[in-house]
Design a binder for this molecule. Structure first.
Ligand code: FEO
Length: 392
């Protein structure tokens, strides 16, 4: 069923209940592809949905108005989760005007879309008769062609992927989702944290528009605009908390024992600890790791030694963490070897690449840690925890 957002403004998106991973974001509660319909004297669709859901989408539109007579289609962003239904819409309604940025037109044409394009620029408006849409160019939020659309009379901002999340709420109201901030944070960490500078510029534009409602392309609608914009400001500037992320790979549990001992030491200082075996990435996607990495002031990396080097899955994880790196983090390395030492030197290089330089020598053991080794791990964890907590 369509959901009314404001007078003559409807959410007409679809729920993907089976979605479990989206761009590496774990989506245990499914996800959404949002599209909106604005009705003045003329009608306008804002974005479309992922093409496999087109028939459900078409029926939803037809429940409100005749798709063949909708005059305008606004394309905020060319990525296929929002644009892959455009060709089918044009098949039904060849006269529909496709409004988008010049770069977006170029992208859509490269994707094979032949339409009645209207290129728009920042500040341009479209008068639907009783409803006015203003276009706001926001390049790199998150693709070069991206724009927002602002409905002036109702102060509704259609913000594309920014302020999105991947979770289904049957009401499409963010406040109805108890853990909405965790979903929004995972989405932010993966898509927007690498673009923080642009996010801050976007927040300035958003503040000038002063929307009452934010309608993103995924997940529920924000009526408490301040809540999500404040979160974006914090996550873009200083997301760090008194948290240590301990990330490790371990086949025979030796490195895992060291990781747990470090975790005990960190926890004894009152700092928050997140312990992750890289195996977990296979189940929970990347985005949880990125969200934790974004918030961690300390990162401890541990690995067994395989053919003289770091376990490949851990390298995969650190390459992801580089997306959310920020200066000022602290690093600690630990690991186990059988044939020859040196694993922590390699881990220290990874920590430097994450802008989390090691604050002390790493801890490495041959085969299995002794009780003395584990005590050394606890002490290193306590030292790291104290630094994270600001206690010298
Ligand atoms: Fe939801 Fe960048 O597409």
């Amino acid at each position: 069923m369509p959901i009314k957002i404001a007078e003559n403004v409807f959410w007409i998106g679809v729920f993907d209940w089976k979605l479990r991973v989206f761009h590496g974001i774990a989506t245990p509660k499914g996800g959404t592809y949002n599209s909106y319909l604005v009705l003045g004297d003329e009608g306008a669709l804002i974005d479309t949905v992922y093409e496999p859901f087109f028939e459900e989408y078409r029926q939803k539109i037809m429940g409100i108005t005749d798709l063949g007579k909708v005059r305008h289609l606004i394309v905020n962003h060319a990525e296929p989760d929002h644009s892959s239904s455009i060709k089918k819409i044009i098949d039904i309604n060849p006269e529909i005007k496709v409004h988008c940025t010049v770069r977006c037109k170029e992208f859509l044409e490269a994707m094979g879309v032949k339409g009645n394009f209207v290129v728009v620029k920042d500040g341009d408006t479209l008068n639907l008769g009783g409803k006015t849409l203003r276009f706001v160019e926001v390049p790199m939020l998150h693709w070069p062609e991206t724009m927002w659309t602002f409905l002036e009379e109702d102060k509704v901002l259609f913000s594309c992927d920014m302020f999105g999340s991947q979770v289904i709420s049957s009401t499409m109201v963010a406040e109805d989702v108890t853990d909405i901030e965790a979903h929004a944070k995972r989405y932010f960490a993966l898509i927007f944290r690498p673009l923080s500078t642009m996010v801050l510029k976007g927040l300035e534009k958003c503040e000038k528009l002063a929307p009452s409602i934010i309608c993103p392309s995924h997940g529920p609608v924000w009526r408490d605009v301040r809540r999500i914009t404040d979160l974006y400001r914090r996550w873009s500037t200083s997301p760090e908390r008194n948290k240590v992320l301990i990330l490790y790979s371990s086949i025979w549990h030796d490195v895992e024992k060291m990781a747990k001992a470090i975790a005990e030491g960190v926890a004894s200082t009152g700092a928050e600890v997140v312990l992750k075996d890289v195996e977990e990435l296979s189940y929970n996607g990347w985005a949880d790791l990125l969200a934790e990495g974004m918030e961690a002031k300390g990162i401890a990396l541990g690995s067994l030694t395989i053919l003289g080097g770091i376990f490949p899955q851990l390298l995969y994880a650190t390459s992801l963490l580089r997306l959310v790196k920020a200066k000022g983090k602290l690093g600690l390395s630990f690991g186990a070897y059988g044939w020859g030492p040196g694993i922590t030197r390699k881990l220290d290089d990874e920590l430097r690449a994450l802008e989390a330089p090691p604050f002390r020598n790493g801890i490495e053991v041959r085969f299995s840690p002794t009780e003395r080794d584990l005590q050394a791990c606890r002490e290193a964890g306590r030292e790291l925890g104290n630094k994270v907590m600001g206690v010298s």
